[in-house]
Design a protein around this ligand. Structure first.
Ligand SMILES: Cc1cc2nc3c(=O)[nH]c(=O)nc-3n(C[C@H](O)[C@H](O)[C@H](O)COP(=O)(O)OP(=O)(O)OC[C@H]3O[C@@H](n4cnc5c(N)ncnc54)[C@H](O)[C@@H]3O)c2cc1C
Length: 468
């Protein structure tokens, strides 16, 4: 038989049968029915085919999988929620340790603590904590993974009041590159605890997070206030002045995009360029009403949808616009202020969106996010009043070049006003030269901790801190 007609037997890394036997979870291989679904991540632009996906159920599975990956010599990716824009949750021809089944959340309302599995989604955490009227600050899209979000920082609607997600981390259970299970906290493995609070997945696999919780809601005043793009300059200047006076309980993001077909917007506005002010007040709603009233008076409105709703509903409000599978390319900066020239530059580019799903947002930080000392943990961006994300998003691969060029143009044009730092969780695959900027003065200590806990750089499919 000619060689070309022979069916090659699939080749798997040595020891795969023993791995299957030992696991509580499942091994998914390319010929398995579950493989296509299991290999996909949020960003449809990332299309990789791992050799082995190890779906772990318990910490012992993660330990077993770490040994297997190390012995195989193949690349190792770790998957939390699979949301990272850079596609670090997967790889070609390597091993994926998939934590998505490790998503249990248990809450101790008396102590105000939550223990959260390393593969839980934000929706899992909110559901369990809000059952007790408690919350930990997290991101604005409920399908994001707590793993990547926390390890890179994590900010959202509660962050001015309660800090970053990572500011609320009490301890973590970590599987190290050596396959040891350790507890990292202020008292145990303190260097590791310092490093995982912002240093991403570089130092080990977190199988369980312990968070401090705060009373929130369960009903919050929140909503969207929409202005036409031609009022953008005035609206963004007023937004800047408003945020400078806002109490920590109030957080407002400004989003420049085309109006989605939301029922509270007049039909003729759908698809038109708008500036959206999205806000959440993490306090008594009656008090919030008075505080947010000025936000509705920045100019003639396209529409507004404001009210008291469950915090869990507000946490899911943006999910329909951020579904998995679209092609996404991001560029981001931090800013310590929003000077007029920056506002003008952003508005110019927002008038030239390459697809209806693209947007530029300013996420206000400030408040409690600025209070910890820069060297108190790996996360170093303690002078950032705003994060800007240029979110390029479209469906057709033919639009890639146009969309990527637009995002890079906005990034370049706004760079003169930026703080110079960057948020690791918003970095794309082609930005590894920015890793040092993410950590600033903390970078050298991170290299030392990396040498101690992962000298062979087993955990390198991330925004990598090289031990060398
Ligand atoms: C639609 C959308 C909205 C977002 N909104 C926000 C927001 O409001 N605020 C914000 O701060 N960020 C936001 N982000 C960014 C988000 O924080 C990052 O994408 C984050 O990396 C996602 O984590 P993940 O676990 O889902 O991703 P993954 O791609 O699974 O993981 C990201 C990285 O973390 C590592 N990792 C994940 N879990 C673990 C673990 N348990 N142990 C060790 N390493 C792990 C992975 O190996 C990978 O390197 C958003 C992202 C998206 C796509």
């Amino acid at each position: 038989m000619p060689d070309t007609l022979k069916t090659a037997a699939p080749r798997f890394p040595a020891g795969i049968e023993a791995l299957k036997r030992d696991l509580n979870g499942k091994v998914v291989l390319p010929h398995d029915a579950a493989y296509e679904g299991a290999r996909k991540i949020w960003n449809g632009m990332v299309d990789k085919r791992p050799a082995v996906i190890v779906r772990c159920l318990h910490t012992s599975d993660v330990v077993r999988a770490v040994h297997f990956a190390r012995d195989s010599g193949l690349p190792l990716a770790v998957r939390g929620g699979g949301h990272n824009i850079a596609g670090n949750a997967t790889c070609d021809g390597g091993i994926v340790i998939d934590l998505s089944q490790m998503n249990t959340v248990s809450v101790n309302p008396g102590l105000r603590r939550a223990h959260v599995g390393g593969g839980a989604l934000l929706a899992d955490v909110d559901a369990a904590t809000q059952a007790h009227g408690l919350a930990v600050p997290m991101g604005i899209n409920s399908t994001t993974g707590i793993g990547g979000l926390t390890l890179g920082g994590g900010f959202g609607w509660l962050s001015r009041k309660h800090g970053l997600t990572v500011d609320n981390l009490e301890s973590a259970e970590v599987v190290t590159a050596a396959g040891e299970v350790v507890r990292a906290s202020a008292a145990e493995h303190p260097d590791l605890f310092w490093a995982i609070r912002g240093g991403g997945g570089n130092f080990g696999i977190v199988t369980r997070f312990e968070f401090r919780l705060h009373p929130v809601g369960p009903q919050v005043l929140s909503g969207l206030i929409v202005y036409p793009a031609w009022e953008g300059k005035s609206v963004l200047r007023k937004y800047r002045e408003f945020m400078a006076q806002a109490p920590d309980e109030l957080l407002v993001w400004a989003v420049l995009r085309q109006a989605p077909p939301l029922p509270f917007l007049p039909q003729e506005a759908h698809g038109k360029d708008v500036v959206v002010l999205a806000f959440c007040y993490a306090g008594d709603p009656a008090k919030g009403e008075k505080l947010v009233a000025p936000l509705r008076k920045f100019g003639p409105l396209v529409g507004a949808h404001v009210g008291v709703q469950p915090y869990t509903a507000w946490q899911q409000a943006f999910d329909p616009l951020l579904g998995a599978g679209a092609r996404n390319y991001w560029k981001s900066h931090f800013f310590s202020g929003l000077p007029d020239e920056l506002i003008d530059t952003v508005l110019k580019h927002a008038g030239n969106l390459p697809s209806p799903q693209c947007e530029i947002f300013f996420g206000a930080l400030g408040g409690a996010t600025l209070r910890p000392a820069v060297d108190s943990m790996a996360y170093a961006q303690r002078n950032a009043e705003y994060a800007m994300n240029v979110h390029g998003r479209w469906d057709d691969p033919a639009d890639d070049a146009k969309g990527i060029r637009w995002a890079r143009d906005v990034f370049d044009a706004t760079a003169p006003y930026a703080s110079g730092g960057v948020y690791v969780n918003f970095m794309t695959a082609d930005e590894s030269e920015r890793v040092k900027s993410a950590y600033g003065p903390n970078y050298d200590r991170l290299v030392r901790v990396k040498r101690q806990y992962d000298p062979q750089n087993l955990f390198r499919l991330n925004q990598n801190i090289s031990p060398n």
